[in-house]
Ligand binder design. Structure first.
Ligand code: WT7
Length: 658
């Protein structure tokens, strides 16, 4: 499928891709605009973002069903916001019960595509209702109650959302760990949450092999004495070691009732914790609320991806990340649409797998990540060309800036040269898209366009002024919104410090997103990457210092500095500069051993591309590792003024790696 569009990156800022007329006319957002009498998208964006309470009050009624209506939309005492005060709600009621008890009872909620060919399991809303209720009753029988935290370590099978929804139904806070993370990562999260229950599987399929996840879960629980019971879903039937605390999922739910009442909750009641990386070595538990989630998530999905009742939606993220929490679980289920969930690897048995799934299940809207697009670009369009992708009508991307070349490839080869691409900029902290096109928006490849209606973002300089058009600065979010993070679990001081302190003196309540960006003359935002020491490896967020502490946990390593090196497919790959303990001989075997050690400590996402042994790393006088300087030297770029460093001579010892 040859595209007509040029791929020259030099033209990136001038190319404009207008949406086709019928997309605009039939779009969900256009119906809203007509109803309200807005003539242009800009009018809508401006009005909604200036009249937050009126706008979100309307959305709160439109998208969610309340046991008791709210009587106040917002209480904003920076840095804390409360939404929909006085209301009573339940996220699972909104995602499952109201559909199962209505016209969508027999509509498919999830098409669970297992990795083995032909392994497809469909769950209707009615099925979900029963399964969620049985598990919720099972959880109750174990003595778990509202406000408790349950830890979940599961792969991409429908039982994962079932477990989350069972928790939410009872007002239990779920804490999901990505199944590609290590046992240590899971253990840390279980300990932090003080969970009494862990939910996992025997194993799951990845590239044709069983990954024995229960082994990792068991290892994690060795360090987590709070766990009384572990529920194990039998996915692969692989042999597992059984401990007295283990209970099979099928045994737990066997005699449970398929009815279970929802807890009627304050909308601020916490729905989940999700850990994400920051500047320090310790991931932070981001808290999200029940009410905001089932308003903001469905509303943004409905407007941005324009989902219609009969659409099949596929968000390819893992539920272990926020993208999956919001846009595989809470948003599509609230809207009552059909979603694909795929368990396995995109290249199994070959690079045609995703495209075969789209053909077979007639997927209409595809939402994926730049790293995946670049991988397919590298593999070649012959894989997607083999399949009929005509069902697709809209595309999307998230996770990192998308380079215009990959954008054009995506549009040309997956989008028949005609589909619009929704480049959504947001974060674990925000819970929903913040800057994003609407189906009505003309697109510029590589830009996430502008703040959605009901959101306000700007680009600021260090002193708290908006930078002139076209200049770079810090991306800030100016106003609260229903899905914003509520706090860091057990660490409000760090919450304040990470996001709010930066501009507190000039503008209390302005949120520092941690990204650099600029806004062009048309108001389009261009995100340029992180300002803090956070890596983006294949779209996954990892702190440089997390990898450093994993390296230093090897007994032969004294100190380590980690940088990201640009990579064609993954965006960035991890490079480790390690200082060995005295008396340890550097060797190629030791490099391999260290790579394996870090992979084991952090999981496959944290695996370094390369290790270099050095005698020293440059530091400030206060002892902070100067990763910026190391990176410049390693990449063969000018290192700038290093005269104020504690040990400027260390820079000479950093090898050039490109
Ligand atoms: C960081 C947040 C939001 C779900 C996935 C990542 C980067 C995300 C984009 C985009 C440019 C993007 C930012 C952001 N990012 N989407 N469309 N364009 N950059 O969630 O792990 O919390 O990472 O991902 O740097 O701050 P996350």
């Amino acid at each position: 499928m040859a595209g007509s569009e040029k791929t020259s990156v030099l033209l990136e800022e001038t190319r404009l891709f207008h949406p086709p007329k019928d997309l605009v006319e039939n779009s969900n957002v256009m119906q809203y605009m007509k109803k309200k009498g807005f003539k242009t998208e800009k009018e809508l964006r401006t009005w909604a973002s200036a009249n937050l309470e009126e706008f979100w009050g309307e959305m709160g009624k439109e998208y969610a069903t309340w046991f008791k209506p709210f009587d106040k939309v917002l209480d904003w005492k920076p840095p804390y916001s409360k939404w929909f005060l006085g209301g009573l709600i339940n996220a699972t009621y909104n995602c499952v019960d109201r559909h199962a008890k209505g016209a969508k009872k027999d509509k498919v909620a999830y098409i669970g595509v297992g990795e083995p060919l032909g392994d497809v399991r469909k769950f209707t809303y009615g099925d979900l209702y029963k399964e969620v209720n049985k598990l919720a009753n099972g959880l109750k029988s174990l003595g778990i109650k509202k406000g408790d935290i349950v830890s979940i370590y599961m792969p991409m099978i429908p039982e994962l959302p079932i477990a989350m929804l069972a928790c939410a139904k009872l007002g239990i806070i779920h804490s999901v760990t990505f199944s590609g993370f290590s046992s240590k990562a899971y253990g840390d999260r279980v300990i932090d949450g003080g969970s009494r229950i862990s939910i996992t599987v025997d194993g799951f399929w990845r590239r044709g092999k069983v990954v024995p996840l229960k082994e990792s879960a068991d290892e994690a629980l060795l360090t987590a004495p709070s766990v009384e019971k572990q529920i194990v879903y039998k996915r692969c039937g692989n042999e597992v070691k059984w401990n007295p605390r283990d209970i099979w999922w099928h045994d737990l739910v066997k005699d449970q009732s398929t009815e279970c009442d929802c807890e009627q909750l304050d909308p601020e009641h916490r729905l989940y914790l999700l850990y994400t990386s920051g500047t320090t070595g310790k991931p932070k538990g981001i808290e999200h609320a029940q009410g905001g989630t089932v308003v903001g998530c469905p509303q943004t999905l409905h407007w941005v991806f324009d989902l219609k009742d009969n659409d099949v939606w596929w968000c390819t993220a893992d539920i272990g990340w926020v993208t999956g929490h919001s846009y595989i679980v809470y948003a599509p289920l609230s809207l009552g649409v059909t979603s694909i969930m795929y368990e396995g690897s995109p290249d199994f048995p070959d690079f045609g797998r995703w495209w075969s799934i789209i053909q077979e299940h007639k997927v209409n809207v595809l939402y994926t990540a730049p790293t995946a697009i670049r991988m397919f670009m590298k593999a070649g369009a012959q894989w997607s060309d083999k399949y009929d992708l005509k069902s697709l009508r809209l595309l999307g991307t998230v996770g990192e800036p998308i380079n215009p070349e990959a954008w054009i490839w995506y549009r040309t080869n997956i989008g028949r040269g005609e589909l619009q691409i929704m480049d959504t900029w947001w974060q674990t902290e925000t819970g929903t898209f913040i800057n994003s096109p609407l189906p009505t928006t003309p697109l510029k490849p590589g830009s996430c366009t502008m703040p959605l209606p009901g959101y306000n973002t700007e680009v600021w300089d260090e002193s708290g002024h908006k930078v002139p058009t076209g200049e770079g600065g810090n991306v800030v979010i100016m106003t609260p919104y229903p899905t914003m993070l509520r706090d860091f679990y057990k660490d409000p001081a760090r919450y304040m410090k990470t996001y709010w302190e930066h501009y507190w003196k000039v503008a209390p309540g302005v949120y520092l997103a941690g990204d650099k960006g600029r806004e062009d003359a048309d108001g389009y935002f261009w995100i340029q990457g992180r300002i803090d020491d956070v890596l983006k490896v294949a779209g996954h967020r990892l702190g440089n210092s997390e990898v450093e502490s994993a390296a230093v946990s090897h007994p032969k390593v004294a100190e380590a500095a980690v940088i990201g090196k640009p990579d064609e497919v993954k965006g960035e790959v991890i490079i480790v500069f390690a200082i060995l303990r005295s008396g340890v001989e550097p060797s190629e075997d030791l490099k391999k051993e260290l790579i394996a050690h870090i992979r084991k400590t952090l999981g496959p996402v944290g695996m370094p591309e390369a290790v270099y042994f050095v005698n020293d790393v440059p530091k400030t006088r206060s002892g902070k590792i100067m990763r910026r300087v190391i990176r410049a030297k390693a990449m063969g770029q000018p290192v700038g003024d290093i005269s104020t460093l504690m040990n400027p001579e260390a820079v000479d010892g950093i090898p050039k790696i490109v």
